[in-house]
Design a protein around this ligand. Structure first.
Ligand code: PBG
Length: 327
């Protein structure tokens, strides 16, 4: 009756459990997404994401310093301009808020951290889509690519180390790589949002960037039903020269993340998006779950599935836990 093999043996003490754990989380795995808004006088808290704010340039610099001091792997910047137009002109304007913020952070930190820029038009267009529209009001893939190429050069000039191509236009990695290389930015890293799903979990982000989107992004972001298609996107991004690939959102797509991680020859990142953040914060605030344990468990799940790094709004806090030896 007595079992010979007893997996419980390795679970018997905390020290043993630590010794045999398959994956570990470190501050360097965590990337902090940050929002900076033009002409803001004070940081503006977001109701959908308790603890997250839209920053002024000054508060952005301070929060970036705290994140870097906590040991995070990098910072991912999103900009919210005052004026939006059809083609998202502020996106590649050197004086646009995102490019100004990038310059400021690069001046401040040099190469001491990794500074990343969201490369997409949705924060900059009056209609809120990730690309420019054709006469029929559809998102025009190839016209958008020209805008992305110009943004890539502007963000590289502003000092970004890594560009996060989140627009889901076909060919975006290739055109940005070519534009960067043509302008001498051969060392600027291209991170492709390889598998990005049309997700309800981006809900709170729309508030974070004051989105004016009417409708949805289903003609360019992937259908949640499709897993195989992510592998096709992976092949394309690799062929176009992606240095890093991403799966987004995180927890609802762990299967996709695991499959991409198993196949990818380049680093694989994931994004724990705004809705994932909100679910844990609000459930914890209601007393339904233990906040800190839920945060940690969600992050370790990404590592187990194969993620090399994770974008998370908790990056600074969790980095402090990890380096402060909370346990
Ligand atoms: C698009 C973009 C989005 C997010 C990151 N980049 C929104 C969207 O695709 O609708 C969402 C991030 C989050 O929800 O935390 N530039």
């Amino acid at each position: 009756m007595a079992p010979i093999v007893r997996p419980r043996r390795l679970r018997s003490t905390a020290a043993l459990r630590r010794l045999v754990s398959e994956v570990h989380l470190t501050p360097a795995d965590l990337i902090l997404p940050m929002f900076v808004k033009e002409s803001l006088e004070e940081p503006a808290p977001l109701t959908g994401m308790p603890g997250v704010v839209q920053h002024t340039l000054t508060s952005l610099r301070e929060a970036a310093r705290e994140a870097v001091d906590a040991g995070v792997g990098g910072l991912m910047l999103f900009g919210i301009p005052t004026v939006r137009d059809e083609r998202g002109s502020a996106a590649d304007d050197p004086e646009g808020i995102l490019n100004r913020a990038l310059r400021m952070l690069r001046d401040e930190f040099g190469d001491d951290t990794v500074i990343m820029a969201d490369l997409c038009l949705d924060e900059f267009t009056s209609h809120g889509h990730c690309g420019v529209l054709d006469e029929a009001g559809r998102v025009d893939n190839d016209a958008t690519l020209e805008r992305y190429a110009s943004m890539a050069v502007a963000q590289a000039r502003a000092g970004a180390h890594v560009l996060g191509l989140s627009g889901m236009m076909d060919g975006q990695v290739g055109v940005c790589r070519e534009a960067l290389d043509d302008h001498g930015f051969t060392d600027v890293v291209v991170m492709g949002y390889t598998a990005k799903y049309a997700s309800a979990f981006y809900g709170p982000f729309r508030e974070a960037v004051d989105s004016e989107l009417v409708g949805d992004r289903k003609t360019y972001q992937q259908d949640p039903a499709n897993g195989r298609e992510a592998m096709h996107e992976l092949d394309l991004d690799l062929a176009e020269g992606a240095d890093i690939v991403m799966v987004k959102p995180g927890l609802p797509y762990l299967d996709v993340l695991a499959e991409v991680a198993a196949e990818s020859p380049v680093p694989v990142w994931t994004y724990q998006v705004s809705g994932e953040y909100a679910m844990i914060e609000f459930a914890a605030a209601a007393g339904a779950i233990d906040r800190d344990r839920a945060i940690e468990e969600s992050l370790i799940a990404f590592k187990r599935a194969g993620a090399d790094a994770i974008l998370t709004y908790w990056a600074t806090e969790v980095s402090r836990w990890l380096s402060g030896g909370r346990r």
